[in-house]
Design a protein around this ligand. Structure first.
Ligand code: GLC
Ligand code: GLC
Length: 826
């Protein structure tokens, strides 16, 4: 069942009913000011950091889930409703939400009044704009009053939810009914003391009244669904002194039949330098000049429309770097629009603020952000460069890494600390992707601090060396890498042995003497070690490259030997040296992570022609066959099977989840692409594409009632085959799945992949997509690639470049400005 449809032309998902199975959200903003907005106008705004600079209040764990947002109440002759359906829930004659690239448009109509609100954050501005169009669709004159609504958060979102003894006494506002461009409410809590920022909520017309005190607005016993002021039709002109500061402005609107009126609402964030904080000597009135300047930019509809057009143009430019035209509209819309959009959102948010992440929890993850680079490096290479250098600066001198760092300070997070032994290798992955995309080798010579200490700074290349060496020098009894706290799987805590309720599996001190080893890190080392060697080679260090290749060969042999279980790769060895992910166990027999990455790294790959006997006998094919059989179901590939039914002290958090959920056998979408890519390495594009479709939201749109979350973005997890609610997704938007599925689809299924010296063209998508064309802009040149695809297992591309057939599958990079035509037959 669907709750809407895609509008690919407009790059929108159109939700046609308020009654989706969960709030379906979007993000506004891409630089410093951000908003989350659901299809019912729920959500909140923040400046840079969702914890430290929260502008508006939102309650997680709320009942119902999604009350709290920016609302517009309509009083139509005593009939009070909200065009976003929530919070009033008055039935609408028409409802539609369109989520687009950095904007959302919500339309509600009731009894002859149609209200369409366009929400967006303009490029370069620290403000959310609402362009509200009210239309009288009836044949009688209408006299309406509109009431805007936002509730202010007292900046620090954690403190805002915990420190009531103080906070209920500190709230302060100012009201400016005759502001130069209409009427405005200023939220200035703590501005008198150590803050130099405030928020403004304004309309571009002279309002009839205002409210800034929440209880005055709602009434003592009412909620946002039946607030007294909109019901009465008259603002209370209330001033907040502590308690709960909010902003509401009332605007009377008279409309003849068929007439429309446009009103603009602005929510802005402003800062003043210390010496310019005040407009009066008594320090009671804030300096509103920067706010007036902001409001002056959005005073007319023309200005708003121009800013909106500018936003659209920047997205058109961003999304022009990789486009596909195929016979499969679902594939096209995911690759061209939504997957890339999600990559930008994960770039901006990391794992901080979503409807599943509160914005007050985690900082940025070392491994999360480095993997995110793989998905957005082609969109914003300059910002990828900055991100890589920021992350590298949190690395410790011994090559290990802070697991998380704080976006505002860009420093490592002491509370979470270090010891996740996969972290260092992801830095190599990010730098390799950056170099392949840009050819900017100068990044390797950048001086980058260790542990944020400039005195310890060395080149970025040296950081990569320490990453590589960290694995070399931290190995266990089998010669496999020590796992430390955990590897990619945060919940496989083999040294933790936690028996105390509430203790964190990620930070509680590990039991000493741990020799637990990770097969996964072994496969990761072989994969990214090869990049390290390739980079060293091109960096003029052939000896370093040769030595690295010896280490890699040794690790490859170790994985094939101690890491092999008979029909798949094992996952790990625990504290006692007992294998994990083995047929010998009753549960947790096979894990997904090492299988895909091993094949990506070429481990156990004897042949890439599925028709040969060597192929069938190879470890790579055997492992991926086992994945399909044991981990597969219609909704994707589970992380482990069978999921653990009891808590295992020696394994940690993974065994705390009910089987079928999260790391314990959920379909953890992040690592499905590793298997997808592995299948393309083996020349089985049909299987790869099949796996891709199982987790990709556009293909799941028809089962939205089961999937539950947005059909336009990936979720971190879909409940696996042992779960009662198999197929139900959780944690949409902020997941490494975004980057990895984009890599899998764009570089391996469609097969257009930047390498160090040229663009590799190597499609492996099976017979379902017989013809397609890709346009790829890389290093300033444009590649127009046309593919005729038999989809035959094992078939490999033959290329003609600008009319001349070439050997192999590497198209050398052309000069910036050039257009290169590639004809590809598979
Ligand atoms: C979450 C974390 C990620 C981790 C994964 C598996 O997605 O953000 O770092 O790899 O879970 O545990
Ligand atoms: C990752 C995992 C999650 C775990 C968390 C701990 O995000 O996905 O299951 O609880 O890490 O920080």
């Amino acid at each position: 069942m669907r709750f809407g449809h895609f509008d690919d032309e407009a790059r929108e998902y159109v939700i046609t009913t308020p009654h989706t199975p969960y709030p379906w959200i979007n993000y506004l903003g891409s630089q410093d000011f951000f908003s989350l907005i659901s299809h019912q106008a729920g959500g909140y705004s923040f400046y840079r950091d969702a914890r430290m600079r929260r502008l508006t209040r939102y309650r997680y764990n709320n009942v119902p889930t999604d009350v709290g947002g920016r609302y517009l109440y309509v009083n139509d002759g005593g009939d009070v409703w909200t065009p976003s359906y929530l919070p009033v829930k008055a039935e609408l004659d028409h409802f539609e939400t369109r989520h687009g690239m950095g904007y959302t448009r919500i339309t509600g109509e009731r009894r002859g009044v149609r209200v369409e609100t366009l929400y967006f954050v303009p490029n370069g501005e620290n403000a959310e704009i609402q362009r509200i169009t009210v239309t009288n669709t009836s044949d009688a004159a209408k006299t309406l009053t509109l009431f805007t609504f936002v509730e202010f958060a007292l900046w620090n979102a954690l403190d805002d939810q915990t420190n009531y003894q103080r906070n209920l006494s500190v709230g302060e506002v100012e009201v400016e009914m005759d502001s130069p461009y209409g009427s405005a409410i200023y939220h200035k809590t703590e501005y008198r003391e150590r803050r130099n920022h405030y928020a403004v909520h304004a309309v571009n017309v002279r309002a009839a009244g205002y409210d800034t005190d929440r209880e005055a607005f709602t009434g003592e016993f009412n909620g946002l669904y039946d607030p007294q002021v909109p019901l009465s039709g008259v603002s209370g002109n209330s001033i907040a002194y502590g308690w709960y500061p909010m902003g509401s402005l009332s605007v009377p609107v008279e409309l003849a039949p068929g007439e429309s009126r446009v009103i603009t609402v602005v929510l802005g964030y402003l800062e003043n330098p210390d010496e310019e904080k005040w407009a009066d000597d008594a320090h009671q009135i804030i300096n509103k000049e920067p706010a007036h300047e902001l409001l002056g930019k959005f005073a007319t509809t023309e200005q708003v429309d121009a800013a909106f057009a500018d936003l659209g143009a920047s997205w058109t430019e961003l999304l022009s770097r990789y486009t596909v035209t195929s016979t499969d509209p679902k594939l096209d819309r995911m690759v061209n629009i939504w997957n890339q959009y999600q990559c930008m959102v994960t770039f901006n948010m990391s794992r901080s603020a979503s409807y599943f992440e509160t914005g007050i929890g985690r900082g940025m993850g070392f491994r999360d952000s480095t993997q995110d680079v793989l998905g957005f490096v082609h969109l914003v290479p300059e910002r990828a460069r900055e991100r890589i250098l920021d992350i590298a600066a949190t690395q410790f001198p011994d090559g290990s890494a802070y697991h998380q760092y704080q976006p505002l300070t860009k420093r490592g997070n002491l509370e979470v600390g270090s010891g996740f032994n996969d972290d260092p290798l992801w830095l190599i992955a990010a730098v390799a992707a950056y170099l392949k995309e840009t050819g900017d080798w100068s990044i390797l010579d950048e001086q980058v601090a260790f542990d944020n200490d400039e005195a310890l700074a060395d080149t970025l290349f040296e950081h990569l060396t320490r990453s590589f060496q960290h694995t070399v020098t931290n190995r266990g009894p089998h010669g496999l890498p020590l796992i430390g706290r955990a590897d990619w799987n945060d919940c496989l805590n083999l040294n933790c042995f936690s028996t105390t309720p509430g203790e964190s599996f990620q930070t509680t001190e590990n039991q000493g003497g741990g020799v637990a080893e990770s097969v996964f890190i072994g496969t990761q080392f072989v994969l990214y070690g090869a990049d390290y060697a390739a980079i060293a080679e091109r960096h003029g260090l052939p000896d370093v490259a040769a030595a690295a290749r010896e280490e890699i060969a040794a690790m490859k042999a170790t994985v094939e030997d101690s890491g092999w279980d008979g029909k798949w790769f094992r996952r790990a060895y625990d504290f006692y040296g007992t294998p994990i992910g083995t047929d010998e166990d009753t549960e947790g027999k096979i894990f997904i992570e090492p299988q895909g990455v091993a094949v990506m790294a070429g481990i156990g790959v004897q042949s890439t022609d599925p028709t040969t006997p060597e192929f069938a006998a190879s470890k790579a094919a055997t492992a991926l066959d086992s994945v399909g059989e044991m981990l597969g179901c219609e909704h994707g590939l589970s992380l482990v099977y069978p999921g653990y039914t009891t808590y295992r002290l020696n394994m940690g958090e993974i065994t705390t989840y009910p089987p079928g959920y999260k790391e314990n056998g959920g379909i953890f979408c992040h690592n499905n692409p590793w298997v997808i890519i592995g299948e393309t390495v083996l020349g089985r594009g049909d299987r790869a594409f099949d796996y891709y479709k199982r987790i990709t939201p556009a293909y799941r749109e028809d089962i939205s009632e089961v999937h539950k979350l947005e059909p336009y973005v990936y979720a971190q997890m879909i409940a696996g085959k042992q779960a009662a609610r198999m197929g139900e997704a959780k944690n949409s938007f902020l997941t490494g799945t975004a980057a990895w599925t984009f890599v899998a689809a764009s570089q391996y299924l469609l097969g257009v992949r930047p390498d160090y010296d040229g663009l590799v063209i190597d499609p492996q998508i099976g017979p379902e997509v017989p013809e397609f064309a890709v346009t790829r802009v890389v290093r300033g040149a444009t590649y127009e690639i046309t593919v005729h695809n038999s989809g035959r297992p094992g078939a490999r591309a033959r290329l003609t470049v600008d009319g001349n057939s070439i050997e192999g599958r590497l198209v050398p990079y052309a000069a910036p400005g050039a257009t290169v035509r590639v004809d590809c037959t598979v």
